[in-house]
Write a protein that binds this ligand. Structure first.
Ligand code: HEM
Length: 515
């Protein structure tokens, strides 16, 4: 013991230690990248850039395995397509894999990643996530849940006016979830300004997904930089104008109602998400850091704007496409449709509408929602980035690699699921069936671990409540004698993967009571 502590012994050991470290570094550097298609010099695999979709990557995985590598210009892209590799990335080594990749458009439009969804893992992200989970999406925030209930009632009323005629269910559901998130965010019952806001969102969505050569070859950015950058600036200016006005109105309201939590009629003043976020607002010119002198978190205007965008993007298309897919799968599978409607008749009865407390007793409806999320995860590719070099299954994953976790392919993995392509909600009735809470890596529609969906409870509530109402209140038939087998089930790829053709069906009211 004494000899080990003596300085001369340390002198002998030091060169050995250094040699060992060099050997380790060297051997790590020599590890191969995961397998993948052979690329060309400089451009790598840019020739198959159109394959970076859930279906394209799933096809490549059949040839190259559950973890494969693509070189896209300067970018290393790693595609994950099996539950085992997903577990390694989202659980075993999640700290390394919890950053988000952001292209030029995302960085600019998220106010330099001032939001939660595109912020890298770190103190800013952690604080924003805490605010969102506790103040915006929590079950305790009754206003978010109330906006779901009231907007669902409102679409049921609008379907009642169209009984026996064709209803564009897809359109209806996208309007529903837009109304829910818009109201939860801005608290406007009149939906005033909503059309303008939706146009801004559509432009954002196009710009997020637009191909930009600068993302792969920064030195070629000048090629379409001018027009593209002008579009980016215009889009952000429109959002600035829109949300700045809303923030100013909220500040005035806050000033007015400083001492009152009730209005002149004694009714509790409802708080929207902007109100909640304004409680953390700081004037940029007064503060520079994330924390003030009392170490409480403070948000800038940019943080507030970017978080509102997260809510609108995270909560609108995801929920709408889940409900539309559930309705489409049920129309295609009449026995399951009958089963879920029988359950509604038994649990709720035809003399009243569904209440929130019924949901926990609607076991088969919950199986339908899980089976829909397995086959059609609304966000099919989870996009992560590595914070540092790492190794998976003996392969080298360099820092700043873009990691695409294919939740769509994993939900259809034949080694994890029996008859994976078949819509079969009953599979979730079995004891020990996987759940989406994040520890069954064959079923990750909400992701898992640090970057998993913070809006899961709210999203599920909106999904199940809408589905239960649509199925309880109406019988549904395909239009013009269309057969179930003729229903087109293709999807389109973007930030989400909604049904390519909108679902159209004909409702007949089925309750014995007025709605
Ligand atoms: C059926 C509904 C929904 C599904 C399937 C869903 C799914 C997901 C998935 C897969 C992720 C990414 C996980 C990862 O990268 O590992 C995510 C992230 C996120 N979701 Fe959801 N989501 C839904 C509803 C919602 C709702 C209603 C909101 C908000 C109102 C929301 C807000 C967010 C946000 C802000 C993030 C980014 C979190 C972060 O990066 O830390 N989501 N969601």
């Amino acid at each position: 013991m004494d000899s080990l502590q003596s300085p001369s012994m340390l002198l002998y050991l030091l060169p050995l230690l250094v040699a060992f470290m060099i050997f380790l570094l060297h051997s790590r550097r020599k590890l191969p990248y995961p397998p993948g298609p052979r690329g060309y010099p400089i451009i790598g695999n840019m020739g198959i850039v159109d394959q970076l979709t859930h279906r394209g990557l799933a096809n490549l995985a059949k040839k190259y395995g559950g973890l494969f590598h693509l070189q896209m210009g300067r970018l290393h892209v790693m595609a994950v397509s099996t539950p085992e590799v997903a577990q390694e990335v989202l659980q075993a080594q999640d700290i390394v894999f919890s950053n988000r990749p952001a292209n030029v458009a995302i960085t600019y439009l998220s106010y330099n990643r001032a939001d939660m969804a595109f912020a890298n893992y770190g103190p800013l992200w952690r604080q924003m996530r805490k605010i969102c989970v506790m103040k915006l999406f929590s079950r305790k925030r009754a206003e978010s849940w109330a906006s779901v209930r009231e907007e669902v009632d409102s679409i049921i009323r609008s379907v009642m006016e169209k009984t026996a005629s064709q209803v564009d269910i897809g359109e209806l559901l996208f309007a529903l979830t837009r109304n829910i998130t818009y109201r939860a965010a801005f608290g406007s019952f009149s939906h005033e300004g909503q059309d303008e806001f939706m146009k801004i969102l559509q432009e954002f969505s196009k710009l997020f997904g637009a191909f930009n050569i600068a993302d792969f070859f920064p030195w070629l950015g000048w090629i379409h930089a001018q027009d593209f950058n002008k579009r980016l600036v215009r889009a952000r200016q429109s959002l600035d104008r829109f949300i700045d006005t809303i923030i100013d109105e909220h500040m005035e309201k806050k000033q007015r109602d400083k001492h009152d939590s009730k209005d002149e009629n004694g009714v509790e003043i409802e708080k929207d998400m902007v109100d909640e976020l304004m409680a953390f607002y700081r004037q940029e010119d007064q503060e520079n850091g994330l924390y003030d002198s009392q170490s409480t978190i403070k948000l800038t205007r940019d943080n507030i704007k970017a978080i509102i965008m997260d809510v609108m993007f995270g909560g609108t298309e995801t929920v709408a496409s889940a409900i539309e897919w559930a309705m489409a799968e049920l129309m295609k599978s009449p026995e399951d449709l009958e089963k879920v409607q029988e359950e509604l008749e038994e649990v709720v009865g035809l003399n009243r509408v569904v209440h929130e407390s019924d949901l926990e007793n609607l076991t088969f409806l919950k199986c339908v929602s899980k089976e829909t999320l397995r086959l059609h995860p609304p966000i099919p590719l989870l996009l992560h980035e590595t914070a540092e070099d790492s190794v998976i299954s003996g392969y080298r994953i360099p820092a700043k690699s873009r990691v695409m976790i294919n939740a769509w392919a994993i939900g259809r993995d034949p080694n994890a699921w029996h008859e994976p392509e078949r819509f079969n909600p009953s599979r979730f009735l079995k004891d020990g069936a996987p759940d989406f809470k994040g520890s069954n890596f064959e079923f990750i529609p909400f992701g898992s671990g640090r970057r998993s969906c913070p809006g899961m409870q709210l999203g599920l509530y909106a999904f199940e409540m809408s589905l239960a109402h649509l199925l309880h209140c109406f019988k549904w038939e395909l239009p013009n004698g269309m057969k179930a087998s003729e229903l087109d089930m293709s999807d389109v790829f973007g930030l989400t993967a909604p049904k390519a053709d909108r679902l159209v069906a004909v409702p007949t009211y089925r309750l014995n009571c007025a709605f």
